[in-house]
Design a protein around this ligand. Structure first.
Ligand code: G1P
Length: 300
C-alpha cells in the first residue's frame, strides 16, 4: 500500500448511552469541546492528513450530523447581512470546498466492523482511514495523528493502527495488540484481540481509534462472524488481514482524550481551554480559584 489515503470513514452510529440524557437528542459526536463538536476535530484531522472524501456511517437518528456538514443558507445570509464576517467564515469552513461528505446508513447496530463495511461501496479498492471521533487526539503544534500514520503507511506499504499503553486493568475496554520490537514509532503486529481480560491480554498496548487500512479488509469483514459483545468486530477482521499483509502498530505523537467517557470529555475541555488563545488566562484563573475554594472546604 504505497498510495496516499484520500478517504476517511467516521463510524457515528453509536447510541452514546453514557451521555444520556444529553444524547437523547444530541448525538455524542455533536457534543462540543469549547465551540466545536467532537466530530469536527476528527474531520479536521482527516483533512489535514490529505483526505478529501469523508464517509459518515450514521443511523436514522443522526440527522444533525448531516445537517452540521450541510450548507446553512439562511444562517449564512443572516451573518452576511449583519456583517459578522468572522462567524460567517467559521460556519463556511466546517468543510473546505475541495472536501465532499458522503453519508451512508448502518441500518442495524451490528458492531464497528459492520459499520466500516457499510462504507465499502464508497471506498472501493484503495487504502483508507477510519477515525473514531470519541478518541480526540491533540498534538499541540505538530502533525495530527492521522497525518503521521498516513506518512507511515505510504512509506511502509503496511496497514497502520494507532496504539498507546494503558494500565493492565483497562485492557477489557480496548483492542490489545502484541508486536515485534518497535523500530521508531512502529512495530509489526503479531496478534490482536478485542477487549481481553487483564489476565489473558497479550500486552498492555491498546488500539486507539485511528486506522489506515488496506481495502482487502472489506471481504474479510464480510466473512467475520460476531465476536466480543456479540458484535462484528473490526479487530477480528484485522487479525485475519495480518495473515495476508503487514499490519503495523503505531505509537503516535500526541495526547489522546477518551471523549466517550465523562472524565475524558472534561479533561479535553480543560486542556483546550488552557491552551485557547482567548480563554486561557480566564480558564487558568477560574481553575485556580475553583481548586483553592475546594481546598478550603476540604480543610473544614
Ligand atoms: C473500539 C474498538 C477497540 C478500540 C477502541 C478505541 O472499541 O473496537 O478495539 O480499542 O474502539 O477507542 P469501542 O470503544 O467502540 O468499544
Amino acid at each position: 500500500m504505497t498510495q496516499r489515503i484520500r478517504k476517511a470513514v467516521f463510524p457515528v452510529a453509536g447510541l452514546g448511552t453514557r451521555f444520556l440524557p444529553a444524547t437523547k437528542t444530541v448525538p455524542k459526536e455533536m457534543l462540543p469541546i469549547i465551540d466545536k463538536p467532537l466530530i469536527q476535530y476528527a474531520v479536521d484531522e482527516a483533512i489535514e492528513a490529505g483526505c478529501d472524501t469523508l464517509i459518515f456511517v450514521t443511523n436514522r437518528y443522526k440527522h444533525s450530523v448531516a445537517d452540521y456538514f450541510d450548507k446553512a443558507y439562511e444562517l449564512e445570509q443572516k451573518l452576511e447581512r449583519a456583517g459578522k464576517t468572522e462567524q460567517l467564515e467559521l460556519v463556511r469552513n466546517v468543510l473546505p470546498p475541495h472536501v465532499r461528505a458522503v453519508f451512508v446508513t448502518q441500518a442495524e447496530a451490528l458492531g464497528l466492523g459492520h459499520a466500516v463495511l457499510c462504507a465499502k461501496p464508497i471506498v472501493g479498492d484503495e487504502p483508507f482511514a477510519v477515525l473514531l471521533p470519541d478518541d480526540l487526539i491533540w498534538n499541540r503544534g505538530g502533525a495530527g495523528a492521522l497525518a503521521q500514520m498516513a506518512d507511515a503507511a505510504e512509506a511502509s506499504g503496511a496497514s497502520i493502527i494507532a496504539v498507546q499503553d494503558v494500565p493492565r486493568d483497562q485492557t477489557g475496554s480496548y483492542g490489545i495488540v502484541a508486536t515485534e520490537p518497535f523500530g521508531g514509532r512502529s512495530g509489526r503486529i503479531t496478534a490482536i484481540v478485542e477487549k481481553p481480560k487483564p489476565d489473558v491480554a497479550p500486552s498492555t498496548l491498546a488500539v486507539v481509534g485511528r486506522y489506515v487500512l488496506d481495502s482487502r479488509i472489506f471481504p474479510l469483514l464480510e466473512s467475520t462472524t460476531p465476536g466480543a459483545g456479540g458484535e462484528i468486530q473490526l479487530t477480528d477482521a484485522i487479525a485475519t488481514l495480518m495473515a495476508e499483509s503487514q499490519v503495523h502498530a503505531y505509537r503516535f505523537q500526541g495526547t489522546r482524550f477518551d471523549c466517550g467517557t465523562h472524565i475524558g470529555l472534561i479533561e479535553a475541555t480543560i486542556r483546550y481551554a488552557l491552551d485557547h488563545e482567548k480563554l486561557s488566562d480566564a480558564a487558568r484563573t477560574m481553575m485556580q480559584d475553583a481548586l483553592s475554594e475546594l481546598g478550603v472546604q476540604d480543610l473544614q
